[in-house]
Write a protein of this length. Structure first.
Lengths: 313, 957
């Protein structure tokens, strides 16, 4: 059973494109076509608007909270080709603005906290940028992967730092190899690995027949197997699994009725939430035989009374 | 910063005309002023400052003149076009006194926003309107347009290329479209230039492929149309820019703003900015209100450029450009010409006027005169063209005596230069031809300007000496190209890639931006699902039922029916004639269609109803009123085998696994988790047997060896852990590893456990105030280390020596290294879950059991900062930076810690600040803080005051 915890009337003047709770699940950030980002304090069934961040001049596509050990940081990316990192210190202010992309920035993702404060973003100009906070200089270093995907990059996700690699200190995982997975308009999924100063293409996964809209690397418990979920304009969701992060084998989770826009893993990495153009959300879990089963379909429409939306397993 | 200038040489005021548009004719001597009630022609000349209007013609009309324009060709110099509402009237100024309307161009269905005569063919005129169409008309048959260029958004500007005769640029809201009018079906290039409306477009006088745009968003962008994905250069101003035009000389730019440019009216209104190399260097001051039009006076000598402006203050002004400005723009000025400036100017102007005088007499005479002139100059152009000989790296690709144009192609070292030489008609012997770059040139614009200078210089010199110049100019070109430093491979690669990306981006813009998602679900926190989607009864606008959800945002613009309506109402100039005066103030930035159309895409019905109610005005607020986008949070904790209550109640006591297992079994039973209780029971049994052996292993080590290998002991425990991990029950798996960490870890000699990330703070508010004082800590909490150890020891018996529980490897469950590592990973992942649940204390206990390998280097922070080690403090040596745990550094053999007060080494008791980690002798510290509240090192930390809150938080834990 899953039940509605909160219903938040965002007050946005246009469609919402992303919403995310922070690390502790106490704050909600939403972003919209009305060019604004809003932050709500969530407390047992009630919510209050904490901030209305205006700084983008175009629809804001995605928001991402940083790990709280870096302070209260929120990154947002927009059609206006900019990435803004907001910081709360009493008030919410713009901490850093990155305008190194030449087209709409479609996705932002913070690196696992073990690596330090690193933000990755990708754009329709075909490139991926990583922005690293350099504590010594107090400045932000930018590294770019130009031409990562022809036409454009739609989504990125970081490989978790907790890894089965023996030589890594489980406490810090600082030295775990940094990997990013990206999906783009060339129908490809690419895995990038940082080597020295460079991001190199380690792998490319071919399966989708249309633009890849979202990719998500599953959180790791330290087990050998790592998984990546990808979804595409071709209405399919594919689960990629690998035992060594080198060779990946695909499993088609399902072919849906409409375009799939997003995939999201739960914290323990065993339930996948899938949503798409038909306005539906479904949850999927792998059974013991390695088959993916739909366990629940939620939120067929927000207009229904919350009671009706409860769905059973 | 910028120099204020008032270099106007003439000023005339005509209040009664109420003119809204101005244009200067081909000769540069007649100015047309058009208003609602009058058309007036003014003869401007420096000598005769009568201030009188030459001719005034009544123009009874309800509408303002949106634009007035003289045809800028010799044969068409008597033609002018007046745009007014949906119509464009073309007048002919006959015999110097009769202004006759020769035709009216009717075709547009909305206000005409701009007109532009073709630069060579006086019969062709381009008009554009906010009805989204751009028409080309042939004046010989003006009933309907000869070419129609269709776009999605209304056009605000139309401009013919200054070099090529086929190219025309139109501005649509924030985008530029480049057309070859011979292929009218689709634009050659599509440039997503600005996020706000583009007010002005100007082609480069020197380059076929360069243009500059000015926009309401306050930016001015230079584009190379062949590589238009990115602006070549961007100038950010602090005011909305109404017009930005190239200087005909060098590389300068002139700008006028919209309204008062965000500055107090008196100060800013009517200031013309001159930008050189991206900075505002000069301001032309004189106009007391917004400047509406500025044009370069045609047919002035290259050494004497003049600007003609008409402002809202109803004054017409004539400005000269100071020679120093020309120099700053790196315009070539022939030194020896400077003295002759005035003379040549006069003679030059008189030449022009004499032609006028002759030609106005009657039409026949004009033709004869023209023929004469053409004939006369043809000889010289023949000579010029004949003079060209074979030259290395120079290839003449086109030579046309009729149009007096010659095109040259030159290639060297990977550089390509395509130059067009245009010999003007009806000019004196001294006039040099006009040089401009064609597309295909890949030399950067700075260098092209320099080469142009060199060529101009050569041309001047040769002309002055009375020689033909073309051959020498080409020689100059060839040597200049030779002299450009050879670019490296990288450059040429990037060149290639930019060319490639050009082809990719030909239809760039929204077509490669994914269609916005309006529905999504994200797992956040431990078990919360955040869902947002479109409100109910949203009916998608069906493009075609079978197409499904579109791929890219360009699909939004494929629905023109929607768009024309929403666009025009967004455009600030929709209902009135465009002029800088009625543009709205700066801070109001216009949303692009993207944001509007995503709503309209799904809410077509509603939007129609809305617009009917509210007339044609569209209010975003009211649309949104019925949207009310919502986000739902779902609690899905039942889907996960993670239980917060259990986490809270579970006991972690690694020193006494038996006790831990039994207590946890009880907790699980009480919570109704019988299966877990059973598992804990089994684990308890295994632990008891292991524990027993630890004690009496000396007595019967053989037996104990047997028992540890028994399937119900270690194997059972491992199987349990594996089972729970596989079924994603992280909580149980991690707790079991915690219980057996004592047995698992004995083969690791060092028992020092570190906690790198402390979890201190008030547990009711995880947003600790700590980080708000420091900027950002990129590498772990800025939380002090001393605090960690303190908080931990305060919490429980953390400073126990693990060596005490060390046992012989033989008695433990021998697990291989990878399993041990895996178990640490479980604990870590579980610690993260606890952290998210804000069970910070429990988390610390789990993290304590994550063992690090002894060789791991720990990171420190400041010279005197400590490094977190449970039970003892460590710091970086003040001298060598190594991590030290005692008073003396082992490598540099000095006292490693320096006192923050007396700067000497510290041996005894040390106190460190909880916030900034600066340390000092305890007694020094106490003495210092009895009088001060800031850190003695001068780091600015208010240790006593701010540190206090942290310590308080610790007590809660």
């Amino acid at each position: 059973m899953i039940s509605v915890l909160n219903t938040i009337d965002t007050g946005h003047e246009d469609m919402i494109h992303d919403a995310e709770l922070d690390y502790y699940g106490l704050r909600l950030a939403t972003c919209s076509s009305d060019n604004s980002v809003k932050i709500y304090d969530i407390k047992s069934g009630t919510q209050t608007l904490a901030a209305d961040l205006k700084g983008h001049f175009g629809p804001v596509w995605q928001v991402a909270w940083a790990h709280p050990k870096f302070g209260n940081l929120l990154a947002s990316c927009s059609y206006d080709r900019k990435v803004i990192i907001w910081k709360e210190s009493g008030e919410w202010t713009k901490l850093y603005e990155y305008s190194g992309h030449e087209s709409s920035v479609n996705s932002v993702a913070w690196a696992p906290e073990e690596y330090g404060l690193i933000l990755a973003c990708c754009s329709s100009d075909g490139s991926i940028s990583t922005i690293t906070y350099n504590q010594d200089g107090g400045n932000w270093d930018v590294k770019k992967i130009p031409g990562a995907h022809a036409i454009g990059v739609n989504s990125i996700s970081w490989c978790p730092a907790i890894s089965a690699d023996l030589h890594l200190d489980p406490l810090t995982n600082k030295d775990a190899p940094k990997r990013i997975v990206s999906g783009g308009c060339d129908n490809l999924i690419k895995i990038w690995k940082e080597q020295g100063d460079q991001w190199i293409e380690e792998n490319r996964l071919e399966m989708h027949m249309d633009w890849v809209r979202d990719v998500a690397w599953a959180p790791s418990l330290g087990l050998q197997r790592s998984m990546i979920a990808s979804c595409s304009q071709d209405k399919r969701v594919v689960i990629w699994s690998s035992d060594d992060n080198v060779s990946w084998s695909p499993t088609i989770l399902n072919t849906f009725d409409d375009v799939i826009w997003s995939v999201s893993w739960s914290l323990t990495g065993n339930i996948l939430a899938v949503s798409g153009g038909d306005n539906k959300v479904s949850l999927w879990r792998e059974n013991a035989d390695g088959q993916w089963l739909c366990i629940s379909e939620v939120a067929k429409g927000l207009g229904q009374a919350p009671n009706e939306e409860r769905s059973t397993l | 910063m910028s120099v204020h200038w008032s270099s106007e040489i003439m000023k005339w005021e005509y209040r009664e005309l109420q003119a809204t548009a101005m244009s200067v004719d081909y000769s540069g001597n007649n100015v047309l002023l058009a208003g609602r009630r009058w058309l007036a022609i003014k003869h401007i000349s420096v000598d005769d400052d009568s201030g009188d209007i030459v001719k005034k013609y009544p123009r009874p009309s309800k509408y303002d003149a949106a634009g007035a324009e003289w045809c800028q060709t010799y044969p068409g110099q008597k033609l002018c076009a007046i745009a007014s509402n949906q119509r464009v009237d073309v007048y002919e100024w006959r015999a110097g006194n009769d202004l006759t309307c020769i035709c009216s161009l009717r075709g547009h269905t909305r206000v005409v926003s701009d007109t532009h005569f073709h630069r060579q063919d006086h019969n062709i005129i381009a008009t554009c309107s906010i009805d989204t169409f751009t028409y080309l008309w042939d004046l010989r048959d003006s009933r309907k347009p000869i070419v129609s260029l269709s776009a999605v958004a209304g056009a605000s500007q139309v401009q013919w290329n200054k070099v090529s005769s086929h190219l025309v640029a139109t501005a649509h809201d924030g985008d530029i479209k480049i057309w070859d009018y011979r292929k009218s079906s689709s634009p050659l290039h599509y440039i997503s230039a600005h996020l706000c409306k583009i007010h002005g477009v100007d082609w480069s006088p020197h380059h076929e492929y360069q243009l500059v745009t000015s926009s309401h968003d306050g930016s001015i962008k230079y584009f190379d149309i062949n590589n238009a994905r990115k602006a070549e250069n961007v100038i950010m101003t602090n005011f909305p820019v109404w017009r930005a035009i190239y200087t005909p000389f060098g590389n300068g730019l002139l700008t006028i703003g919209v309204g008062w440019g965000g500055l107090p009216r008196v100060e800013q209104a009517g200031v013309i900015g001159i930008w050189i190399g991206g900075t505002l260097t000069h301001r032309l001051v004189g106009h007391t209100d917004t400047v509406q039009t500025m044009v370069w006076r045609p047919n002035t000598l290259p050494s004497n450029y003049q600007l003609v402006t008409w402002g809202r203050d109803q004054t017409l002004r004539l400005w000269t450009m100071h020679p120093s400005l020309l120099k700053m723009c790196s315009h070539y000025l022939p030194d020896d010409l400077e003295n002759e400036d005035i003379n040549s100017d006069v003679s030059y102007a008189s030449t022009i006027s004499s032609i006028n005088d002759l030609s106005v007499s009657d039409n026949k005479g004009e033709e004869i005169q023209m023929n004469k002139i053409v004939h006369k100059t043809t000889t010289s152009i023949d000579e010029e063209f004949e003079s060209i000989r074979e030259m290395a790296n120079i290839e003449v690709t086109d030579m046309n005596i009729e149009t007096r144009i010659c095109q040259i192609h030159s290639e060297r070292n990977g550089y390509t230069a395509n130059l067009q030489v245009t010999f003007p008609r009806n000019v004196t012997e001294q006039t040099i031809p006009k040089f401009s770059w064609l597309s295909g040139t890949n030399v950067d614009s700075g260098t092209t300007i320099k080469i142009l200078q060199a060529i101009n210089r050569t041309a001047y010199r040769k002309k002055k000496e009375g020689h033909r110049c073309l051959l020498h100019c080409l020689k100059t070109l060839a040597t200049s190209i030779d002299e450009i430093p050879v670019k490296s491979n990288e450059d040429s690669d990037s060149m290639k890639s930019s060319q490639r990306s050009h082809s990719e981006s030909e239809n760039a813009g929204d077509s490669c931006i994914p269609f916005p998602r309006t529905c999504g679900a994200k797992w956040c926190g431990v078990s919360t699902l955040v869902v947002f989607n479109r409100p109910p009864n949203t009916r998608r606008l069906s493009l075609k039922p079978e197409t499904g959800t579109p791929r890219s945002m360009s699909s939004l613009s494929l629905t023109p029916g929607l768009f024309t309506s929403s666009y025009t109402s967004v455009s600030p100039h929709a209902t009135t004639t465009p002029s800088p005066t009625n543009a709205s103030g700066f801070p109001q930035l216009h949303h692009r269609h993207a944001s509007n159309s995503i709503t309209t895409f799904y809410f077509q019905d509603r939007w129609k109803a809305q617009s009917r109610r509210a007339g044609s005005m569209r209010s975003r607020g009211s649309i949104s009123g019925c949207l009310a986008p919502r986000v739902l949070l779902y609690a899905a904790s039942d889907l996960f085998p993670l239980n917060r209550t259990l986490a809270e109640r579970y006991v972690i006591n690694a020193d006494n696994p038996v006790d831990m297992c039994e207590k946890n079994a009880k907790v699980a039973t009480e919570e109704g988790e019988l299966e877990l209780a059973h598992a804990w029971g089994l684990a308890g049994l295994a632990a008891r047997s292991l524990d027993a052996r630890t004690v009496d292993h000396i007595v019967s080590s053989e037996e104990s060896m047997g028992w540890t290998g028994h399937p119900l002991c270690c194997n059972l425990v491992q199987a349990l852990i594996t089972h729970y991990a596989k079924s994603s029950d992280l909580q149980t798996a991690a707790m079991l590893t915690c219980a057996f960490s004592v047995f698992n870890d004995t083969n690791i000699s060092s028992s020092v456990s570190t906690i790198s990330s402390s979890s201190c703070g008030n547990s009711t508010s995880p947003y600790s105030t700590i980080n708000q004082y420091s900027e950002i800590s990129a590498d772990g909490w800025t939380l002090p280390i001393i605090l960690r150890s303190n908080s931990c020891s305060e919490a429980e018996n953390l400073n126990t020596e693990y060596s005490g529980t060390k046992s012989e490897p033989s008695t433990a469950c021998v697990i291989d290294k990878s399993t041990a590592h895996l178990y640490h990973c479980f604990k870590r992942a579980y610690a993260d879950v606890l952290h998210r649940w804000q069970l910070l204390y429990k988390r610390t206990e789990v993290m304590k059991l994550v063992r690090t390998y002894p060789e791991t280097v720990m990171g420190g922070m400041g010279t005197m900062s400590g490094v977190g080690v449970v039970g003892e403090a460590a710091w970086e040596c003040a001298w060598c930076g190594r991590t030290v745990r005692g008073p003396a550094c082992s490598s540099c053999r000095r006292l490693s810690l320096r006192c923050g007060v007396c700067s000497r080494g510290v041996k005894g008791l040390v106190l460190a600040c909880g916030l900034c980690s600066h340390a000092a002798h305890a007694h020094h510290m106490l003495a210092w803080f009895s009088q001060h509240d800031t850190c003695p090192t001068g780091c600015g930390c208010k240790c006593v005051i701010e540190g206090n809150s942290i310590w308080k938080g610790v007590k809660y834990v």
